[in-house]
Design a protein around this ligand. Structure first.
Ligand code: ADP
Length: 645
């Protein structure tokens, strides 16, 4: 095949541009990224070799070699890993095969990426980091076990690349960076040594380099031969210690090492929020080094994001995304598990069913939840920061992880009528500060705190000084289906059912008032019920309103406005469900309407008022009204009338 010139996918171009211009304060990491890729590639070929040894081609002297060439101004990184065929090179290097990339790029632009290198880091810039220091990158590669032609790829990072077949004896990948003039320092031995030591020390395979020394030759007696001048000797030296970090004792690992390892496995640029390193013994033996990130990844809610932990069996790499190790609601957790119990040739299917894997998962979840609970108790402010990033996902656990419900319900936080925006209360704290007469835990669901603050449903709770939790994440509707009780107190939606938060005395008084109103306005109520019969299930007087004229209430198990909105957003069919229109018996509008009704039962204005009342209730619950044109026309007419024109 001849050489073909191709264009990068648009997103790759944008990413290249961002990387080159935003990560300059952190240039050294290009080498870490290339070494990480090389190490992953060796992991992969070793794993494949479990089932097919021929792909090793007799070459299992694992190493990653760094070759600086001062004369040519190039730095080469060579591995004997899995390699790539032509199609894989195009797919891996020319495109970003993940959905949501476009949206992500936009976020980066909007947030001035240069101030947020960690955002780009999240994406895993990997290979592209090379273009920070090189004006041309050449990649030679050949797939393990396949003698089909190798492939040569080259680009100047300016929007296009060339690709062609080329013969290559050695398996694996070799990447040559043609360094920009100002970055020739990356050819210096000390510079390379220090970067490898700092970022890639724990890499499991030797990262080697030929070290050339000039020395005076020695005689048989071991002494330097006088007058012999100097000779150059070349020795391949290993630059990293290769210690699997999770296999070391906790006391032997520095925070910096933990953090660097985290960055290696997560591609995150920021240090993790918490590091959890432990060994389990007994029914299940494993070592785990897991990390809770500090920032949520941009693709946390996307279906195709990489999930899972790295799995090793007795220090041998098995897979880099074992989803079975961690439940979905902790999908943001990163790390490594090294099991002593699983067989080396463990397959996907086995992993899904294996009891050992289930035991490991149980152990990990328990450790993570305990860690979070400690952070919450000891440094609440820090916990809140974490909760803002990941709370939405953790809450899914309440619905799905019944076994850990007790622990999870202690971890959830909510905003409420008693917290400032952005501050939170736990259920424990809520219950502790409930005033004496309050018997239940109240909440309201909706899509924003601002909208909920206005809700007429809160009026009576405000009047009584009862705190109401604001549940504003879509997942909250499912949370409250599973979390119906806490500490013996039921959780109640303020916009559902016929709530009774009053004392016996207040109840009697309100009931009396309601009956009186029912009697006084009975004609009007029947008129309204008839007029709105297609829209509401019932019209009745309310005991939850103090200021507003009306509100809509879902039945105890009916669908509320928020749930309807969520279902619509998810493109789910929304069953027709009518709510109850509740009226405030003390509101002047009722008296006014009743007066008109008594005079003339057929007054056309009554029908308009009825519709306006209903639309008001719709608006205050944050839903769109069906006919905004008619609504505005009616209001305008009223304004004209009120102005006496
Ligand atoms: P990431 O490492 O985050 O996936 P990169 O841009 O660094 O992103 O690499 C993209 C893909 O290219 C890798 O996932 C891998 O499949 C492939 N790749 C990169 N470097 C190598 C290598 N040295 N050997 C084999 N495959 C590689």
């Amino acid at each position: 095949m001849t050489k073909a010139t191709k264009q990068f996918q648009t997103e790759v171009k944008q990413l290249l541009d961002l990387v080159i211009h935003s990560l300059y304060s952190n240039r050294d990491i290009f080498l870490r990224e290339l070494i990480s890729n090389a190490s992953d590639a060796i992991d992969k070929v070793r794993f494949e070799a479990h089932s097919n040894e021929t792909i090793l081609e007799g070459n299992s002297d694992w190493k990653i070699k760094i070759i600086p060439n001062k004369d040519a101004g190039t730095l080469t990184i060579r591995d004997n890993g899995i390699g790539m065929n032509m199609a894989e090179v195009e797919e891996n290097i020319g495109t970003i095969a993940r959905s949501g990339t476009k949206a992500f790029m936009q976020t980066l632009k909007d947030q001035a990426a240069s101030d947020n290198p960690e955002l780009i880091g999240q994406f895993g810039v990997g290979f592209y980091a090379s273009f920070m220091v090189a004006d041309k990158v050449t990649l030679y590669t050949r797939t393990a076990g396949s003698m089909e032609a190798g492939c040569c790829w080259e680009s100047s990072g300016d929007g296009s690349y060339t690709i062609e077949e080329c013969s290559r004896e050695q398996r694996g990948t070799e990447i040559t960076l043609h360094l920009k003039e100002e970055f020739k320092e990356y050819l210096d031995e000390w510079k390379i040594r220090s970067i490898v030591k700092k970022y890639s020390d724990y890499i499991q395979y030797p990262v080697v380099m030929d070290i050339i020394r000039s020395e005076v030759p020695k005689g048989v007696d071991g002494k330097e031969i006088e007058g012999a001048g100097t000779i150059e000797t070349t020795k391949e030296e290993t630059l990293n210690s290769m210690k699997a970090i999770w296999a070391r004792a906790k006391s032997d690992v520095s925070e910096e090492e933990y953090n660097e390892f985290y960055k290696h496995i997560s591609h995150d640029f920021e240090a993790p929020f918490r590091t959890i390193h432990f060994s389990a013994e007994g029914t299940s033996e494993f070592k785990a080094l897991i990390y809770l990130p500090a920032k949520k990844p941009f693709d946390m809610f996307m279906a195709d994001r990489k999930k899972g932990l790295q799995l090793y069996v007795k220090r041998v790499f098995i897979t880099d995304k074992c989803e079975e190790l961690i439940p979905d609601y902790l999908r943001f957790v990163k790390g490594v598990v090294d099991s002593s119990d699983l067989p080396l040739n463990v397959s996907r299917e086995v992993l899904q069913e294996d009891v050992q894997v289930k035991r490991i998962q149980k152990g990990l979840v328990s450790k993570i939840l305990t860690t979070l609970s400690e952070v919450k108790d000891k440094s609440f402010d820090e916990y809140v920061k974490f909760w803002k990033e990941f709370g939405q996902v953790i809450k899914e656990g309440i619905h799905f992880d019944f076994a850990n419900k007790e622990k999870l319900q202690e971890l959830v936080l909510f905003e409420s009528t008693s917290t400032e925006a952005g501050s939170f209360v736990s259920l424990k704290e809520y219950v502790a500060r409930m005033p004496e007469p309050q018997k239940e835990i109240y909440f309201i669901t909706g899509n924003s705190r601002d909208a909920l603050e206005q809700s007429p449903h809160l009026e009576v709770f405000r009047a009584k000084g009862f705190e109401v939790l604001f549940l504003t994440d879509p997942v909250d509707e499912w949370v409250v289906q599973a979390l119906t009780e806490y500490d013996g107190k039921s959780l109640k939606a303020v916009d559902r059912g016929d709530i009774s938060i009053d004392t016996e005395e207040e109840k009697k008084e309100k009931e009396k008032k309601r009956e009186e109103a029912q009697k006084e306005f009975s004609d009007l109520i029947s008129f309204l019920s008839d007029r709105l019969k297609d829209k509401v299930k019932e019209v009745r007087f309310s005991n939850r309103l103090t200021d507003s004229a009306c509100c809509l209430v879902a039945e105890e198990y009916g669908m509320n406005a928020n749930m309807e909105r969520i279902m619509k957003a998810l493109n789910q069919p929304v069953p027709e469900s009518k709510r109850v229109l509740e009226l405030n018996p003390d509101h002047a509008i009722l008296k006014a309407m009743a007066a008109i009704h008594t005079q003339d039962k057929a007054a056309p204005v009554l029908a308009d008022y009825a519709d306006l009342l209903y639309d008001q209730a719709i608006l205050t619950e944050g839903s769109p009204i069906k006919d905004p044109l008619r609504f505005t026309r009616l209001v305008s007419e009223l304004m004209v009338k009120a102005a006496g024109k």
